[in-house]
Design a protein around this ligand. Structure first.
Ligand code: DQA
Length: 148
């Protein structure tokens, strides 16, 4: 199984950016958490971060036929990007949404998630552990679906 983990804008600034919300661990720490969880789950993983909406759309398109599952934290594009939603729907690869912070308890504009409409599950407010939960949920989802 091969998974793609996508992180959107400003997540490369983890550790520096609003540590009271996102914690003091860095993006490199997050990459380590995702890599370790993937090894434990027995899946290959590609980890991608971009500050550009179009680059994220292209990455999702290129996953078609090559990737079994997507974990996506679209960051601010969560709340604005119909293009990322449409890309996820176009490739129809099982996807899970992650947010480090509890978006549901924050500003009203963070209550809408376009990408989430194409994801079968969302983990928000669990810090970096949300990515571990998402990888495990994808493994379970894919093994449940192939068993049928
Ligand atoms: C975020 C939440 C978004 O609202 C915000 O724009 C981010 C990070 C999170 O992981 O909590 O950049 O996706």
């Amino acid at each position: 199984m091969k998974f793609l983990v996508i992180n959107g804008p400003n997540l490369n600034m983890l550790g520096v950016r609003e540590p009271q919300i996102y914690g003091s661990d860095t993006y490199e720490d997050l990459v380590r958490v995702i890599t370790d969880a993937s090894v434990s789950a027995g899946v290959d993983v590609e980890i991608f971060q971009s500050n550009y909406e179009g680059a994220i759309v292209e990455k999702i398109q290129k996953a078609y036929g090559n990737i079994d599952g997507i974990v996506i934290n679209p960051a601010a594009y969560t709340h604005t990007s119909v293009a990322i939603l449409d890309a996820l729907k176009a490739v129809a690869i099982p996807a899970v949404e992650v947010h480090i912070s509890a978006v549901n308890e924050r500003e009203a504009f963070r209550q809408v998630s376009y990408a989430g409409m194409a994801c079968f599950e969302t983990f928000a407010g669990y810090g970096f552990n949300g990515y571990v939960m998402a990888i495990n949920a994808l493994v379970k989802h894919l093994s449940d679906n192939t068993a049928q």
